[in-house]
Write a protein that binds this ligand. Sequence first.
Ligand SMILES: [Fe+2]
Length: 347
Amino acid sequence: MAPSVSDIVPPVTDAIADLKLTATKEDKGPSYPFYYPYYDPNEKFPPTQVYEHTDPGAKADRAKPHLLTPETNVTHLSPFLGTEVSGVQISQLSEEGLNELALYAAERKVLIFRNQDFKDIGPDRQIEIAKHFGRIQRHPTSGNVKGYPEFHVVYRGSEHDMLKEIISDERINRTQWHSDVSYEKQPAGTTFFFILDQPAVGGDTLFASQVEAYNRLSPEFKKRLEGLRAQAESSRRRGGVVRREPILTEHPLVRRHPVTGEKALYVNQGFTRRIVGFKTEESEYLLKFLFDHIAKGADFQIRARYEAGTVVVWDNRVTAHSATADFNLGDRRHAVRLTPQAEVPTE
Ligand SMILES: [Fe+2]
Protein backbone atom coordinates (compact mmCIF):
# COMPACT_ATOMS: atom_id res chain seq x y z
CA MET A 1 0.00 0.00 0.00
CA ALA A 2 1.23 3.49 -0.76
CA PRO A 3 2.58 5.50 2.15
CA SER A 4 0.51 8.32 3.54
CA VAL A 5 0.96 11.86 2.45
CA SER A 6 1.87 12.69 6.03
CA ASP A 7 4.83 10.33 5.87
CA ILE A 8 6.44 11.61 2.72
CA VAL A 9 10.07 12.25 3.31
CA PRO A 10 12.44 13.99 0.97
CA PRO A 11 16.15 13.34 1.24
CA VAL A 12 17.91 15.23 4.00
CA THR A 13 18.27 18.76 2.72
CA ASP A 14 19.89 21.96 3.73
CA ALA A 15 17.08 24.35 4.50
CA ILE A 16 19.10 27.48 3.85
CA ALA A 17 20.25 26.24 0.44
CA ASP A 18 16.64 25.40 -0.42
CA LEU A 19 15.49 28.85 0.56
CA LYS A 20 18.16 30.48 -1.58
CA LEU A 21 16.92 28.41 -4.51
CA THR A 22 13.41 29.62 -3.82
CA ALA A 23 14.06 33.31 -3.54
CA THR A 24 13.85 34.99 -6.93
CA LYS A 25 12.70 38.41 -8.05
CA GLU A 26 9.14 37.13 -8.48
CA ASP A 27 9.13 34.87 -5.42
CA LYS A 28 10.47 36.07 -2.10
CA GLY A 29 10.26 32.56 -0.62
CA PRO A 30 8.00 31.28 2.14
CA SER A 31 6.22 33.89 4.24
CA TYR A 32 7.21 32.04 7.42
CA PRO A 33 10.75 30.67 6.87
CA PHE A 34 10.98 29.77 10.58
CA TYR A 35 8.63 26.86 9.81
CA TYR A 36 10.52 25.62 6.77
CA PRO A 37 10.74 21.80 6.97
CA TYR A 38 13.83 20.72 8.87
CA TYR A 39 15.48 17.30 8.81
CA ASP A 40 18.32 16.47 11.15
CA PRO A 41 19.65 12.96 10.49
CA ASN A 42 21.12 12.90 14.01
CA GLU A 43 17.82 13.65 15.75
CA LYS A 44 16.63 10.44 17.48
CA PHE A 45 13.61 9.73 19.67
CA PRO A 46 13.15 6.74 21.99
CA PRO A 47 10.09 4.47 21.55
CA THR A 48 6.90 6.26 22.57
CA GLN A 49 5.52 5.33 25.99
CA VAL A 50 1.81 5.10 26.74
CA TYR A 51 0.57 7.93 28.93
CA GLU A 52 -2.71 8.54 30.76
CA HIS A 53 -4.92 10.72 28.59
CA THR A 54 -8.10 12.40 29.77
CA ASP A 55 -10.02 14.12 27.04
CA PRO A 56 -10.63 17.81 27.82
CA GLY A 57 -13.96 17.55 25.99
CA ALA A 58 -15.25 15.45 28.90
CA LYS A 59 -14.94 18.51 31.18
CA ALA A 60 -16.73 20.87 28.78
CA ASP A 61 -20.03 22.61 29.35
CA ARG A 62 -22.27 21.13 26.63
CA ALA A 63 -23.70 24.60 25.87
CA LYS A 64 -20.16 25.90 25.15
CA PRO A 65 -20.67 29.41 26.53
CA HIS A 66 -16.94 30.28 26.33
CA LEU A 67 -16.53 29.22 22.69
CA LEU A 68 -19.90 29.98 21.15
CA THR A 69 -20.40 33.50 22.47
CA PRO A 70 -22.81 36.04 20.93
CA GLU A 71 -19.86 37.26 18.80
CA THR A 72 -19.20 33.79 17.34
CA ASN A 73 -20.63 32.93 13.92
CA VAL A 74 -20.97 29.32 12.81
CA THR A 75 -21.91 27.88 9.41
CA HIS A 76 -22.36 24.15 9.01
CA LEU A 77 -21.02 22.65 5.76
CA SER A 78 -22.79 19.29 5.96
CA PRO A 79 -25.22 17.72 8.42
CA PHE A 80 -22.54 15.14 9.27
CA LEU A 81 -19.36 17.16 9.64
CA GLY A 82 -17.68 20.48 9.12
CA THR A 83 -18.42 23.90 10.61
CA GLU A 84 -16.89 27.25 9.73
CA VAL A 85 -16.32 29.40 12.78
CA SER A 86 -15.54 33.11 12.92
CA GLY A 87 -15.65 35.84 15.54
CA VAL A 88 -13.50 33.98 18.07
CA GLN A 89 -9.72 33.68 18.48
CA ILE A 90 -8.39 30.28 19.52
CA SER A 91 -5.41 32.09 21.06
CA GLN A 92 -7.72 33.95 23.46
CA LEU A 93 -9.73 30.97 24.71
CA SER A 94 -9.74 30.21 28.43
CA GLU A 95 -9.25 26.68 29.75
CA GLU A 96 -13.03 26.28 29.67
CA GLY A 97 -13.09 27.53 26.07
CA LEU A 98 -10.41 25.01 25.05
CA ASN A 99 -12.40 22.20 26.69
CA GLU A 100 -15.44 23.32 24.72
CA LEU A 101 -13.33 23.40 21.56
CA ALA A 102 -12.43 19.72 22.15
CA LEU A 103 -16.09 18.82 22.55
CA TYR A 104 -17.23 20.86 19.55
CA ALA A 105 -14.49 19.35 17.35
CA ALA A 106 -15.64 15.86 18.43
CA GLU A 107 -19.27 16.68 17.67
CA ARG A 108 -18.73 18.48 14.35
CA LYS A 109 -15.61 16.44 13.42
CA VAL A 110 -13.97 19.39 11.59
CA LEU A 111 -13.91 23.09 12.57
CA ILE A 112 -12.60 25.69 10.16
CA PHE A 113 -11.60 28.80 12.09
CA ARG A 114 -11.19 31.97 10.00
CA ASN A 115 -9.06 35.09 10.56
CA GLN A 116 -6.95 33.60 13.34
CA ASP A 117 -3.82 35.20 14.79
CA PHE A 118 -2.59 31.69 15.66
CA LYS A 119 0.22 31.66 13.07
CA ASP A 120 1.71 34.81 14.61
CA ILE A 121 1.63 33.97 18.33
CA GLY A 122 4.97 32.11 18.29
CA PRO A 123 5.94 28.46 18.60
CA ASP A 124 5.89 28.25 22.40
CA ARG A 125 2.34 29.55 22.72
CA GLN A 126 1.14 27.42 19.77
CA ILE A 127 2.52 24.31 21.45
CA GLU A 128 1.12 25.33 24.84
CA ILE A 129 -2.40 25.60 23.38
CA ALA A 130 -2.19 22.29 21.50
CA LYS A 131 -0.82 20.53 24.61
CA HIS A 132 -4.12 21.16 26.34
CA PHE A 133 -5.53 18.37 24.11
CA GLY A 134 -2.84 15.77 24.83
CA ARG A 135 0.84 15.03 24.58
CA ILE A 136 2.03 16.23 21.18
CA GLN A 137 3.33 13.58 18.80
CA ARG A 138 6.85 14.06 17.53
CA HIS A 139 6.82 12.74 13.99
CA PRO A 140 9.34 9.97 13.29
CA THR A 141 10.13 10.97 9.71
CA SER A 142 8.53 14.14 8.41
CA GLY A 143 9.86 17.69 8.34
CA ASN A 144 9.76 19.46 11.68
CA VAL A 145 11.13 22.79 12.94
CA LYS A 146 14.64 23.21 14.31
CA GLY A 147 14.40 23.00 18.09
CA TYR A 148 10.65 22.22 17.92
CA PRO A 149 10.07 18.56 17.06
CA GLU A 150 6.37 19.01 17.99
CA PHE A 151 5.69 20.66 14.63
CA HIS A 152 4.85 18.55 11.58
CA VAL A 153 5.47 20.69 8.51
CA VAL A 154 3.61 20.30 5.23
CA TYR A 155 5.32 21.98 2.31
CA ARG A 156 4.76 21.92 -1.42
CA GLY A 157 6.44 24.42 -3.70
CA SER A 158 8.55 24.49 -6.80
CA GLU A 159 11.79 23.74 -4.93
CA HIS A 160 10.41 21.11 -2.56
CA ASP A 161 7.40 19.00 -3.55
CA MET A 162 6.77 16.50 -0.77
CA LEU A 163 3.96 14.79 -2.69
CA LYS A 164 6.14 13.99 -5.67
CA GLU A 165 8.28 11.74 -3.52
CA ILE A 166 5.57 9.12 -3.05
CA ILE A 167 2.72 9.53 -5.46
CA SER A 168 3.57 7.70 -8.62
CA ASP A 169 2.78 9.07 -12.06
CA GLU A 170 0.94 5.77 -12.59
CA ARG A 171 -1.84 6.96 -10.27
CA ILE A 172 -4.94 8.51 -11.89
CA ASN A 173 -5.41 10.81 -8.92
CA ARG A 174 -3.45 11.78 -5.83
CA THR A 175 -6.22 11.34 -3.28
CA GLN A 176 -4.89 9.54 -0.21
CA TRP A 177 -7.42 9.04 2.59
CA HIS A 178 -5.89 8.59 6.02
CA SER A 179 -6.18 9.38 9.71
CA ASP A 180 -2.98 10.93 11.04
CA VAL A 181 -0.48 8.63 12.76
CA SER A 182 -3.06 5.89 13.32
CA TYR A 183 -0.13 3.51 13.81
CA GLU A 184 0.60 5.05 17.21
CA LYS A 185 -0.58 3.14 20.31
CA GLN A 186 -2.28 6.42 21.18
CA PRO A 187 -3.21 7.96 17.83
CA ALA A 188 -4.14 11.57 17.20
CA GLY A 189 -7.17 13.20 18.79
CA THR A 190 -7.99 16.92 18.47
CA THR A 191 -5.57 18.06 15.77
CA PHE A 192 -4.49 21.58 14.78
CA PHE A 193 -3.44 22.63 11.28
CA PHE A 194 -2.61 26.24 10.46
CA ILE A 195 -1.82 27.60 7.03
CA LEU A 196 1.14 29.93 6.36
CA ASP A 197 1.08 30.16 2.54
CA GLN A 198 -1.82 28.93 0.48
CA PRO A 199 -2.37 28.64 -3.29
CA ALA A 200 -4.70 31.19 -4.92
CA VAL A 201 -7.01 28.29 -5.84
CA GLY A 202 -6.93 24.67 -4.74
CA GLY A 203 -4.95 22.85 -2.05
CA ASP A 204 -8.11 22.09 -0.04
CA THR A 205 -8.27 19.25 2.45
CA LEU A 206 -10.98 16.63 1.95
CA PHE A 207 -12.58 15.27 5.11
CA ALA A 208 -14.95 12.31 5.61
CA SER A 209 -16.99 11.45 8.70
CA GLN A 210 -15.98 7.98 9.87
CA VAL A 211 -19.02 8.03 12.18
CA GLU A 212 -21.40 8.45 9.26
CA ALA A 213 -19.38 5.92 7.23
CA TYR A 214 -20.05 3.45 10.06
CA ASN A 215 -23.70 4.45 10.43
CA ARG A 216 -24.40 3.74 6.75
CA LEU A 217 -23.55 0.05 7.17
CA SER A 218 -26.34 -2.48 7.71
CA PRO A 219 -26.90 -3.94 11.18
CA GLU A 220 -25.74 -7.34 9.90
CA PHE A 221 -22.53 -5.91 8.47
CA LYS A 222 -21.85 -3.97 11.67
CA LYS A 223 -22.17 -7.25 13.58
CA ARG A 224 -19.46 -8.78 11.40
CA LEU A 225 -17.10 -5.89 12.15
CA GLU A 226 -17.69 -6.13 15.90
CA GLY A 227 -14.58 -7.24 17.75
CA LEU A 228 -12.31 -7.12 14.70
CA ARG A 229 -8.88 -5.59 15.09
CA ALA A 230 -6.64 -4.12 12.43
CA GLN A 231 -2.90 -3.66 12.19
CA ALA A 232 -1.51 -0.24 11.37
CA GLU A 233 2.07 0.43 10.45
CA SER A 234 4.48 3.30 10.12
CA SER A 235 7.47 2.58 7.97
CA ARG A 236 10.98 3.66 7.24
CA ARG A 237 10.98 5.98 4.24
CA ARG A 238 13.50 5.76 1.49
CA GLY A 239 16.47 8.03 2.01
CA GLY A 240 14.81 10.13 4.71
CA VAL A 241 15.56 10.72 8.35
CA VAL A 242 14.31 8.12 10.84
CA ARG A 243 14.04 9.59 14.31
CA ARG A 244 12.17 6.65 15.80
CA GLU A 245 12.02 3.07 14.55
CA PRO A 246 8.82 2.08 12.69
CA ILE A 247 6.15 0.29 14.70
CA LEU A 248 3.26 -2.06 14.00
CA THR A 249 0.26 -1.73 16.30
CA GLU A 250 -3.21 -3.22 16.62
CA HIS A 251 -6.42 -1.34 17.28
CA PRO A 252 -10.15 -2.00 17.01
CA LEU A 253 -11.57 -1.64 13.51
CA VAL A 254 -14.49 0.27 15.02
CA ARG A 255 -13.74 2.67 17.87
CA ARG A 256 -15.93 4.61 20.24
CA HIS A 257 -15.29 8.28 20.95
CA PRO A 258 -14.69 8.71 24.69
CA VAL A 259 -16.72 11.93 24.96
CA THR A 260 -19.56 11.69 22.41
CA GLY A 261 -19.89 7.91 22.62
CA GLU A 262 -20.20 7.77 18.82
CA LYS A 263 -18.83 4.73 17.01
CA ALA A 264 -16.54 5.33 14.03
CA LEU A 265 -14.85 3.17 11.43
CA TYR A 266 -11.17 3.20 12.26
CA VAL A 267 -9.43 1.99 9.12
CA ASN A 268 -7.58 4.10 6.59
CA GLN A 269 -5.74 3.52 3.36
CA GLY A 270 -2.66 5.35 4.58
CA PHE A 271 -1.71 3.11 7.49
CA THR A 272 -4.09 0.14 7.92
CA ARG A 273 -2.30 -2.95 6.68
CA ARG A 274 -4.45 -5.98 7.51
CA ILE A 275 -7.24 -7.38 9.64
CA VAL A 276 -5.98 -9.50 12.49
CA GLY A 277 -6.94 -13.18 12.18
CA PHE A 278 -8.04 -12.92 8.54
CA LYS A 279 -6.13 -14.60 5.74
CA THR A 280 -4.48 -12.22 3.29
CA GLU A 281 -7.19 -12.35 0.60
CA GLU A 282 -9.97 -12.00 3.18
CA SER A 283 -8.26 -8.98 4.71
CA GLU A 284 -7.63 -7.32 1.34
CA TYR A 285 -11.23 -7.98 0.31
CA LEU A 286 -12.77 -6.38 3.39
CA LEU A 287 -10.31 -3.48 3.56
CA LYS A 288 -10.84 -2.69 -0.13
CA PHE A 289 -14.59 -2.49 0.48
CA LEU A 290 -14.14 -0.19 3.50
CA PHE A 291 -11.57 2.06 1.77
CA ASP A 292 -13.85 2.39 -1.28
CA HIS A 293 -16.87 3.07 0.94
CA ILE A 294 -15.04 5.97 2.67
CA ALA A 295 -13.60 7.36 -0.59
CA LYS A 296 -16.92 7.27 -2.46
CA GLY A 297 -19.01 8.80 0.33
CA ALA A 298 -19.28 12.29 -1.12
CA ASP A 299 -22.50 12.66 0.89
CA PHE A 300 -20.53 12.44 4.13
CA GLN A 301 -17.49 14.45 3.05
CA ILE A 302 -16.55 18.13 2.99
CA ARG A 303 -13.69 20.22 1.60
CA ALA A 304 -11.84 22.60 3.90
CA ARG A 305 -10.70 25.63 1.93
CA TYR A 306 -7.86 27.78 3.20
CA GLU A 307 -7.56 31.54 3.46
CA ALA A 308 -4.84 33.57 5.16
CA GLY A 309 -5.36 33.05 8.90
CA THR A 310 -7.28 29.78 8.64
CA VAL A 311 -6.79 27.18 11.36
CA VAL A 312 -8.49 23.82 10.89
CA VAL A 313 -9.13 21.74 13.98
CA TRP A 314 -10.35 18.20 13.47
CA ASP A 315 -10.82 15.08 15.51
CA ASN A 316 -8.71 12.37 13.91
CA ARG A 317 -10.58 9.67 15.85
CA VAL A 318 -13.78 10.19 13.89
CA THR A 319 -12.58 11.44 10.49
CA ALA A 320 -10.42 10.52 7.51
CA HIS A 321 -8.86 13.16 5.28
CA SER A 322 -6.83 13.66 2.14
CA ALA A 323 -4.75 16.47 0.71
CA THR A 324 -5.75 17.78 -2.72
CA ALA A 325 -2.66 18.34 -4.87
CA ASP A 326 -4.49 20.19 -7.61
CA PHE A 327 -2.54 23.45 -7.68
CA ASN A 328 0.42 24.70 -9.65
CA LEU A 329 3.74 24.30 -7.86
CA GLY A 330 4.42 27.97 -8.47
CA ASP A 331 1.74 28.47 -5.80
CA ARG A 332 3.45 27.45 -2.58
CA ARG A 333 1.44 25.62 0.09
CA HIS A 334 3.01 25.73 3.54
CA ALA A 335 1.22 24.59 6.68
CA VAL A 336 1.97 23.23 10.11
CA ARG A 337 0.26 20.51 12.11
CA LEU A 338 0.25 20.01 15.87
CA THR A 339 -0.89 16.50 16.72
CA PRO A 340 -1.97 15.80 20.32
CA GLN A 341 -2.19 12.08 21.07
CA ALA A 342 -5.43 10.84 22.62
CA GLU A 343 -6.49 7.63 24.38
CA VAL A 344 -5.62 4.08 23.34
CA PRO A 345 -8.54 3.28 20.98
CA THR A 346 -11.33 1.19 22.46
CA GLU A 347 -14.53 -0.21 21.03
FE1 LIG B 1 -2.88 14.05 7.33
